[in-house]
Design a protein around this ligand. Sequence first.
Ligand code: PGA
Length: 260
Amino acid sequence: MTETSIRRPFIAGNWKMYKTAAQAAEYVSGLRSMLPADPKVDVALAPAFPALEAAVRAAAGSPIAIAAQNVFWETEGAFTGEVSAPMLNDLGVELVIIGHSERRQYFGETDQTVNRRLKTAVSNGLRPIVCIGETLEQREAGLTFSVLETQLKDGLAGLDHETAEKLVLAYEPVWAIGTGRTATPEIAQEAHRFIRHKLIELFDKRLANHIRLLYGGSVKPENTADLLAQPDLDGALVGGASLKVDVFYKIVDIGCQVTA
Ligand code: PGA
């Protein structure tokens, strides 16, 4: 039932709290010199806030899009330490990661705050990459599907079809993030298929087949091809392996080959 051909693969790197502005600029310049002018996959990088401007500058006119790692739901006000969507627009940032499990785990992010950030992001023209995924305890307790269902229902609550069109989802099982313990392609596909079926219930079949589902959690060059070969995996959100430009380039290149 899945029409994979309509979804352009998407490889995104999440640098987390690594890289200064100068390091970001050097990396982006290096990556753009390695990439073909028109790669067969969408490519994005998510630097920390202070490196966004340098990354956007270095990526200008290249196929590399720049993403922020978070955004606040109000557009301005007395919210010390927060960054708004218009501020990201002003820098030329195109995308934003929302609800990463590290935000959920360490900074009190909930499905309700994900939902608020998501709506603000889209209404300000930022393309959201919304992260969902179960913890090890939840998986071992047999709760994976119910956790994913709640995250989708509450995180995407009240989204109209036009907003949902812009959405990219990342399935990132928490037990696979930064642990070197990647989900097998079969486990990832099972979760992705479940998510796509839920999207049919939440929206409709056309949108469910349109929304890209990235996998994240210890993606590296050695496992990229097998993961991307799964019918409901439309790309990858890469953490640790995105920190070195040659390693990230390899993942992008494998994505291009799987797509070819
Ligand atoms: P990882 O991180 O690739 O280092 O596991 C993925 C992520 O957190 O997005």
